[in-house]
Design a protein around this ligand. Sequence first.
Ligand code: UDX
Length: 437
Amino acid sequence: MRLSVIGCGYLGAVHAAAMAQLGHDVVGIDVDGAKVAALSAGSAPFFEPGLADILRASIGSGRLRFSTDIALVADAEVHFVAVGTPQARGGGAADLTYVDAAIESLLPHLKAGSLVAGKSTVPVGTAARLAERLQTAGTGAILAWNPEFLREGYAVQDTISPDRLVYGLPADDGREHAKAALDTVYASALASGTPVVETDYATAELVKVAANAFLATKISFINAMAEIAEVTDADVTALADAIGHDTRIGRRFLNAGIGFGGGCLPKDIRAFTARAEELGRGESVAFLKEIDAINMRRRQRAVDLVVDALGGSVYRKKVAVLGLAFKPDSDDVRDSPALDVAVQLNGLGARVIATDPAAIPNSIRLHPQLGFATDTMDALHEADAVVLVTEWREYRDLDPVVTAALVRDPVIIDGRNVLDPAVWRAAGWRYTGMGRP
Ligand code: UDX
């Protein structure tokens, strides 16, 4: 099929490249000329395993191109809208400026019968409003809402082989046409048995925020248990293992630590809360404010543990911060709890030396006041305390004996509960986890 993708950020760039990889003819549009130039040269503008490979292969085969010229979408049968919906300044609601701008820019180029498929995460009710816009503009185009569930670090795999597809379809006669077009786009996933949930616009929009709200709730639930474990000398890791054996609960997303961050979970629960309040149902998701509050407390808790471990003050102490990205295998520092811990320690007067395999450039742009080291061993050298805040494989695999010889004082705060306390203590370290005795 001939496809266009409007917005080539995380979601759009991966979607465009993955669709071309599946054999479609794709044009990706973005207003940012530098991004378009990088993508056109086959270079991924962010760290995402496998993305550069499929970008280069598809550009080489002639099935994928990027441009700032929206007129190039004219031939496309399906237009994916994949622009960002950031948190609005000064509030929790989603900022829909980019979604609206994308639709307006598409209007003059839409052919009757073409499909506009929204992928951006939007407040419930947006798709109905946009469908009306397409209609009043007399485009003859049909709207579907087709949310995306990709995880950073697994974005290519999640896009090519999703665990489910959600089609938010119009109620009128455009329904069959929209479904048929999406079935053709996703033919390869459908052939391998990917389940499809066909629904209305509102449900499709809600599926996305409900999924992220549930995941955030799971993480904050276990972090709340960590807070209780901290005052009872219980072990939240063993607790998670034990409750996780119940298949109704499941062990995934029950890792306690410094909590969740990134470009989705924090902003999505806030936007969901704001939308529910607008709808007069604020109380239905009022618990999400508590989820957010628990999550933000965990960052503070990690900072307090470092302060305590250093005898009440970090002033002029060298603290090695292992990790800056909001999770491993990513260079994304949006709302990163790891970066936040580094910034807070720096604010308390610590000499922070932070390291990360991928996220240093993005961190320097936001917080040039921090100290950085590209080499883990340089970060650890003569440190008064170490705090592990992003569980990259190379930090999980650190040798406690080798590292003990590098630091000034063998003090470690494990903000992700990924190290074996017995092994680290045996090597002489004073180990503190989060919700572990
Ligand atoms: C998330 C959703 O998983 C994805 O489906 C959606 O499309 C976008 O948002 P992502 O932001 O890539 O994806 O990250 P995810 O893997 O969900 O992790 C989110 C945050 O939660 C990270 O900061 C991670 O460190 C944290 N987390 C995750 C925990 O603190 N504990 C856990 O047990 C799991």
